[in-house]
Design a binder for this molecule. Structure first.
Ligand code: G1P
Length: 305
């Protein structure tokens, strides 16, 4: 069966970005000039997804507004002949988007369970907003291509440094059945330091069979007291094969402040409007910081002698 539907969980409280996210959805924080969630929606569309469900929570109305038509703004841009801007605004409105609310923040697994009626009895993808992916073929499309061969759930993973495994769902890879495709033995959500079965981490793109929903309905809370998607996938893996796809492209983590800032700089360096100025600024700033660093080291040397 063809994969046509995507679910984007966007109900998290965004506490890592407080106070910015007190009244605003973290998914609306822009990288240069585009909300992070729009990058995710664009990846879905480029992959051939036809219908998208966004699972929202409190303070998320701005996401719905962002993908809605804004006639006042459009008329204004038309009158002023700002055609380029008008195009950008119109691009966000002609998409098959649906919304459902997760009423209680009980975890990622619980957020995905809210998509049960929307998904029905079809394979579907889950796309997390904290990871922006870049590759020649979009990662979601790569998973869909795997599915054409395996007809099984396939989860995107990527190598992470060993000291970071506790932040992720980690796989015990099992047999490599094709290049970069593992028939996974088991999945562990946020393993304690030293207990991770590998350094292959789940990175926010999942292709799942609909059987995941009956597992999620029975799923007990796991790490952090939350209903974890990883735990449900581990249970699913006991009744049907689940594969992991080792992603070789670039991943930008916009889920915390430092990752968000790095992504903003890297995307800025590719943005036609600001790239030149930004590059010049970074070079100058680098020189200034290097000079400061050198003089601090000198002062410390003098103090020591
Ligand atoms: C979630 C998942 C985790 C995955 C991660 C990827 O964790 O539970 O398995 O590795 O996303 O970003 P979170 O970052 O929401 O704590």
């Amino acid at each position: 069966m063809k994969v046509r539907k995507a679910v984007i969980p966007a109900a998290g409280l965004g506490t890592r970005f407080l106070p910015a996210t007190k009244a605003m959805a973290k998914e609306m924080l822009p990288i240069v000039d585009k909300p992070t969630i729009q990058f995710i929606v664009e990846e879905a569309l480029k992959s051939g997804i036809e219908d998208i469900l966004i699972v929202t929570g409190k303070a998320k109305r701005s996401i719905e507004d962002h993908f809605d038509a804004n006639l006042e703004l459009e008329t204004n841009l038309k009158e002023k002949h700002k055609d380029e801007l008008l195009k950008l605004v119109e691009e966000t409105t002609d998409i098959n988007l649906h919304f459902v609310r997760q009423k209680h923040p009980l975890g990622l697994g619980h957020a995905v369970l809210q998509a049960k009626a929307f998904v029905g009895n079809e394979p579907f993808v889950v796309m997390l907003g904290d990871d922006l992916m870049e590759d020649d073929v979009p990662l979601t499309k790569q998973l869909m291509l795997d599915y054409e061969n395996t007809h099984a759930s396939t989860i995107a993973v990527m190598e992470v440094p060993e000291e970071e495994t506790h932040k992720y769902g980690i796989i015990n890879p099992g047999e490599e059945v094709a290049k970069g495709l593992y028939n996974v033995k088991n999945f562990v959500e946020k393993p304690k330091p030293g207990e991770a079965p590998s350094n292959l981490a789940i990175i926010g793109r999942y292709l799942l069979t609909p059987e995941i929903f009956s597992v999620l309905e029975e799923q007990e809370p796991g790490a952090g007291g939350e209903i974890q998607l990883t735990d449900a996938i581990d249970t699913l893996n006991k009744t049907q094969r689940v594969f992991a796809h080792d992603f070789k492209g670039t991943r930008y983590d916009v889920g915390d402040k430092f990752g968000f800032m790095k992504t903003s700089i890297e995307y800025g360096l590719k943005h036609p409007e600001v790239q030149e100025n930004l590059k010049e600024y970074i070079i100058q700033l680098g020189q200034k910081l290097a000079t400061e660093q050198a003089s601090t080291s000198k002062e410390e040397e003098i103090e020591l002698s």
